[in-house]
Every structure is written in C-alpha cells, then in structure tokens.
Design a protein around this ligand. Structure first.
Ligand code: SAH
Length: 419
C-alpha cells in the first residue's frame, strides 16, 4: 500500500479525525497510488494515522476513512459503517415513525466519504462523489437491499464529483425499479410529493425537517412569503398550522407543480399562491408595491461552492437578506437559512449584522437551528455543520437601501441549479 506523509506539524487535525488531506499538507508520497486506491496516511515521522482514498485529481488528495485503531479500510469495514448509519436512523432516531423521507447515509458524517443515500418513500436515492468508493459500491447496494428492502434504488449523478473527483456517473437504476413519476411521502403528519428521479438533489430537503416543524407555529394567523420554496415544505406546513395565506416563490416550475399537487391534497389551495419567479426580482416588485408580510422565509440554494467564493457568496446572502428584511412588517419574522458549508455560523451572523446596520432595523433572534440529525456532523470537520437556520424578529421598518453597490450581483447570478 502506498504511504502518504504529511508535512511536519500538519498531522494534528488528522489524529483528531479530520478527514480531508489537501495537497498543501502533503510532504511526500512513497509508491505510486492510482486514483481511487487506498493509501496509508502517516505523520512526518512515519507514524501511521490511518487509511483513506487517494485521488490526485482532487484538491482533497486523501479522504481519510479509518484511523489506525479502527481497523483496515476495505469492503467489510465500509459495510460496518453502513450498518452503523442504518441503525442510527432506524433505531436511535426512530425516523421511520416520523417520516418517510430521510437521509440514511450522510457521507463524512457517517464515516463513508462521498456516499449519500436518501429514503424517499419506498425508494432509495444514491449519490456517489468519491472515486475510491466505486470498487465497494455493489456490496454497499446489496446491503441496502438486504436491510432496507426498497422497491428500487436509483443513482443520481453528482456534478460536483464529476468536476472535482473526475468521477463521471450516469443516472441509473441500481436495484429493483425506478418510480414512475411522483412519490407521496408523509413527514410529521403532513403529505407531500417528491420526484426522486428528476427532482432537485435527491427529491426532498430532509435536512430542514426539524426546523420546519419547530418554526411552523410561528406562521399561525400570518401572511407568509416562502421564498425559494421548492415543493412547499416550509410554507405548506405553516398553512397546516393556521397561516392565513402563503405565497410560495420558486424559479422551478416542476417544484411548484409538486407544491400545487400537495396543497390540493391538503385541501389548502385557497390559502396558497404559487409564483414562478426569480426571487430577487420578485422581492423588488413587492417592495415597489410596498407589500409587507408577517413572516418571510428564505432558504436559497447553496451559494458558496468553494472556499475561494466565500466573499462573493456572502455578498449574495447579504443582498437576499436585505431585500427580504424590507418585506417584513415591523415586529414580523424573518426566517433565514444557508446551506453553504463554507459559510460558518459566525460568517452568517456577521452578514445579518450588516443587514441590520445598513437598513436601520434590529433583529431579535428567537431560534437558531442546524441540520436534522440524520445529517450528522463529524466533529473535527466544521464544514460538515453546513445548515444554518435562524428565526429573527424584525424591529423597525427596513428603509430602502441607497443605490446598489457596484459590486452587487445581478439577480441572474443566483444559480438555479442545485447539487
Ligand atoms: N425550502 C425548501 C428547499 C429550498 S431549495 C424545502 O424546505 O424543501 C432552494 C430552491 O431555490 C430550489 O427549489 C430552487 O429551484 C430555488 N431557486 C434557486 N435559485 C432561484 C432564484 N434565483 N429564484 C427563485 N428560486 C430559486
């Protein structure tokens, strides 16, 4: 097995379980590992830290999977990790009692880098984004079939993996049959529709489940604007908790079609408006009409894909939050989220601080949430705590910001696609 030696004084995070070895931390490689092969990671003095997957094409040269005391990395090891992941959802979290859509495997968070498995009703949706997993994939799929007994397992290709790992996959049916159209799921007592084959990501944003449930009561009696609504999971839950009216805004027609069908099944069509719009343009339109809402929810797609894009991405968050705050009536609520792993909690707070300062309003924080526990955080990897969700009471009426900053992004720069 090839050995990868870390530079002097660079090994500390890996001893503590940080799984990403960037090229800059590597001193030398003994042997000539092929991309995807298992390598041994050693500190500068040659002490073995653990084993991981090598990929010379990726910025992350080694994805460390097992520490030296945990045993040898290979198919049996990964199957044990898979069992541990399935036990968490089925037993400890007892998720099948609460929902039919949840994450069964969350990549590094479950110690299997690059493997995502979501359950969407009777189907499983798999995404692979680590080249080193490929030789083990069949065994992992067999174990999923054996333990989860799904009607079908489908694979959705990951664009990021293709770009960053050189792992090009096609959409495929890995076991059983693919769903023929929409799949109905129930989450915390409410029925929704998902499209695991063609919908965004794997068809459902299970990571926001607990935030949606926690915050739904805040919509009682309220006029709600749910922006970046996807299939309406936030807004329609507020309707079921007595919201007076909800406007769902998304740029994706298929997403709104799922929302419309769900609203119809919930008997709530008279309390929901569907707007297929670019959120930023629509916000400008509402501001011009001097519309105000009791609750504004913003849950934009990932706006920062790489650490290098952080400053620019934070400007976009600033812009969106600024425009959203202007639409909240005095004393109303702004529920604001970010799913970008490179935006840390402190970055997000700072950005919100700038919004308050620049628009002469005050925020009172009522709630601070993260991702649901079927998306576990791997402790030394701060980036794995990717989801931020705040409920803020807005005091004052946000004044119109002065002329746009020359560096402000145009509304079209908000990406419409998600991974
Ligand atoms: N809140 C949702 C998840 C939102 S995902 C839930 O809980 O399920 C982000 C959504 O933003 C996607 O549905 C995507 O179609 C939409 N989107 C991306 N860019 C947009 C834009 N510029 N204007 C409007 N919607 C956009």
């Amino acid at each position: 097995m090839a050995k990868v030696f870390v530079k002097p004084r660079k090994a500390r995070p890996f001893w503590f379980g940080h799984p990403w070895v960037f090229s800059g931390a590597i001193d030398r490689v003994r042997g000539t590992p092929k991309d995807g092969e298992i390598v041994e990671l050693c500190d500068h003095d040659g002490h073995v830290v653990g084993e991981g997957f090598w990929n010379s094409r990726s910025q992350i040269r080694v994805r460390v999977v097992s520490l030296a005391y945990e045993g040898q990395l290979g198919t049996p090891f990964l199957l044990k990790r898979l069992d541990r992941a399935l036990d968490l959802r089925n037993t400890a979290l007892a998720l099948p009692k609460r929902t039919q859509a949840y994450r069964l495997v969350h990549s590094e968070g479950d110690g299997i880098p690059g493997l995502i498995v979501d359950r969407i009703g009777p189907y499983l949706v798999v995404q692979v984004s680590c080249l080193g997993l490929m030789p083990h994939l069949d065994a992992l799929v067999d174990r999923l079939v054996e333990r989860e007994n799904p009607k079908g397992i489908i694979e959705r290709p990951s664009q990021i993996a293709a770009e960053e790992e050189g792992l090009v996959r096609q959409a495929a049916v890995l076991s059983g049959t693919a769903p023929d159209g929409e799949v109905e799921i129930e989450e915390d007592g409410l029925r929704f529709l998902c499209d695991p084959k063609d919908g965004q990501k794997t068809g459902w944003y299970a990571d926001q489940r607990d935030n949606r449930r926690e915050l739904a009561y805040l919509g009682a009696g309220a006029e709600v604007l749910d922006a970046f609504s996807y299939s309406g999971a936030f807004g329609l839950r507020m309707v079921s908790h007595g919201a007076k009216h909800v406007t769902l805004v998304d740029s994706s027609e298929p997403a709104l079609a799922l929302a419309r069908a769900a609203a119809e099944r919930q008997g709530a069509l008279d309390r929901v408006t569907f707007e297929r719009q670019n959120v930023l343009r629509y916000f400008d339109h509402l501001a011009k009409e001097e519309r105000r809402f009791d609750v504004v929810v913003i849950d934009p797609p990932k706006l920062v894909h790489r650490r290098a894009g952080l400053v620019r991405g934070l400007r976009l968050y600033y812009e969106i939050n600024m425009k959203a705050a202007r639409l909240v009536r005095d004393g109303g609520l702004l529920i604001t989220c970010s799913c970008s792993q490179h935006v840390l909690e402190s970055d997000f707070d700072e950005m919100l601080g700038s919004v308050a300062k620049e628009s002469d309003i005050r925020f009172q924080e009522l709630f601070r949430g993260s991702q649901a526990p079927d998306h576990p955080v791997l402790l030394p990897l701060e980036e794995s705590r990717y989801l931020k969700c705040r409920a803020l009471r807005v005091f004052g009426t946000a004044r119109r910001p002065t002329a746009a900053h020359p560096n402000d992004p145009a509304p079209d720069e908000i990406p419409n696609d998600l991974t």
